[in-house]
Design a protein around this ligand. Structure first.
Ligand code: COA
Length: 343
């Protein structure tokens, strides 16, 4: 194992983001494009969701292709090589195959050694889950450098007869490289993941799911004809839960970080619906201008949405080193979580 940081494990107090990256497929599908095959309109999608366009993967492009591209970009920003990695965690509910995990293909495509590589199936919360798990490994001192990726290829999981849901989602991948953060010296504020927390409420599993074609209800013709192998969502239930739980877990993560909302520079919330983001903003009392928003360009990319938005804001200079960022996400499960990070 090649290590790039000379700090001894005893001095590691947290993990920090060393680099970010993202990948969006080239094909852009506007609301007007969708309106040619779905009974919808740009006006409805824009006013109800804030989405103007989304990216769809090309034929033959797999989740692991997008994930590997995002991972390479994050490694390049961190100034690291694949050989520096000790672990790969991929948040996804759209792996290339049911078996093995998407992370396995990412490992192969990156050319990494036989480091552990595994998936987290926490849907839109998958990236926060992955980052939280990676943070525990790095704090524990046994692992130094972890690539955490969120990737989703949901365009192949849409029921194009369900106009309420099929207009919402897009494809893409985002990634961060996490490494050790050491005890601050000379009164400097701590950097890295200051707090992270994750939750699940399985009683709401039916609100957002793919109803069949798993091991409980194997793929038979009837399920395929009824589109039971596609994403099904009770949008209003998910909406209400999202506003409530994103607000509460953000407040919890902030409290656990011992910061106040006035200490935050940015919020990178899951990009599911502009109206959800606005309501979380007003409930948290944190101005909407401080939210990183790109839902108009990408739609809901599920586990990829936070790392894509984070990477865009880092690369265009909105998020600066030393600034404090709150991230929060919620998705199928219902699973949700939040993290406070000083960059
Ligand atoms: N185009 C045009 N009209 C549409 C439409 C579309 N794509 N989808 C639904 N409509 C119509 C409905 O048929 C309904 O018409 P009616 O009043 O004549 O019956 C009307 O718009 C309102 O539909 P409704 O389902 O009540 O819309 P909504 O305001 O609840 O918005 C969602 C629907 C999905 C955008 C919203 O519920 C949502 O964002 N939910 C949360 C989604 C989410 O966050 N998911 C992921 C979490 S990871």
């Amino acid at each position: 194992m090649t290590t790039h940081v000379s700090d001894s494990p005893a001095n590691v107090v947290a993990s920090r983001i060393l680099g970010t990256g993202h990948y969006a497929p080239a094909q852009v599908v506007t609301n007007d494009d969708l309106a040619k095959k779905v009974d919808t309109s740009d006006e409805w999608i824009t006013t109800r969701t804030g989405i103007k366009q989304r990216h769809f993967a090309a034929e033959g492009e797999a989740s692991s292709d997008m994930a590997a591209a995002a991972g390479r970009a994050a490694l390049a920003m961190a100034g690291l090589n694949v050989a520096d990695l000790d672990m790969i965690i991929v948040g996804t509910v759209t792996p290339d195959h049911p078996i093995p995990g998407c992370a396995v293909h990412v490992q192969r495509k990156l050319g990494a050694d036989d480091i552990p590589a595994f998936d987290i199936a926490a849907a839109c919360a998958g990236f926060i889950y992955g980052m939280s798990i990676a943070d525990q490994f790095i704090r524990g001192g046994s692992i130094r450098c972890i690539l955490v990726i969120g990737v989703e290829l949901l365009s192949r999981k849409m029921n194009w007869d369900d106009r309420t849901t099929c207009v919402l989602f897009g494809d893409g991948a985002g990634a961060v490289v996490l490494g050790p953060a050491t005890r601050p010296v000379d009164g400097a504020p701590p950097v890295g993941i200051l707090s992270s927390l994750i939750h699940t409420d399985g009683s709401l599993a039916g609100a957002l799911n793919i109803p069949a074609c798993g091991s409980a209800e194997p793929p038979v013709l009837e399920h395929l004809e009824n589109k039971q192998d596609k994403v099904h969502m009770v949008g209003k239930d998910v909406f209400r839960t999202a506003v409530r739980n994103l607000t509460s877990c953000s407040a919890q993560a902030l409290k656990a970080s011992t910061l106040m909302s006035s200490d935050l520079d940015w919020v990178v919330a899951h990009q599911a619906n502009m109206r959800i983001i606005s309501q979380v903003s007003s409930r948290l009392g944190f101005p909407l201008e401080k939210f990183v928003i790109n839902i108009d360009n990408y739609g809901n990319t599920s586990s990829a949405s936070i790392p894509i938005a984070l990477d865009e804001a880092v690369r265009d200079g909105r998020i600066q080193p030393g600034q404090t960022v709150l991230m929060c996400a919620l998705g199928a499960g219902i699973s949700w979580g939040a993290a406070v990070v000083r960059m």
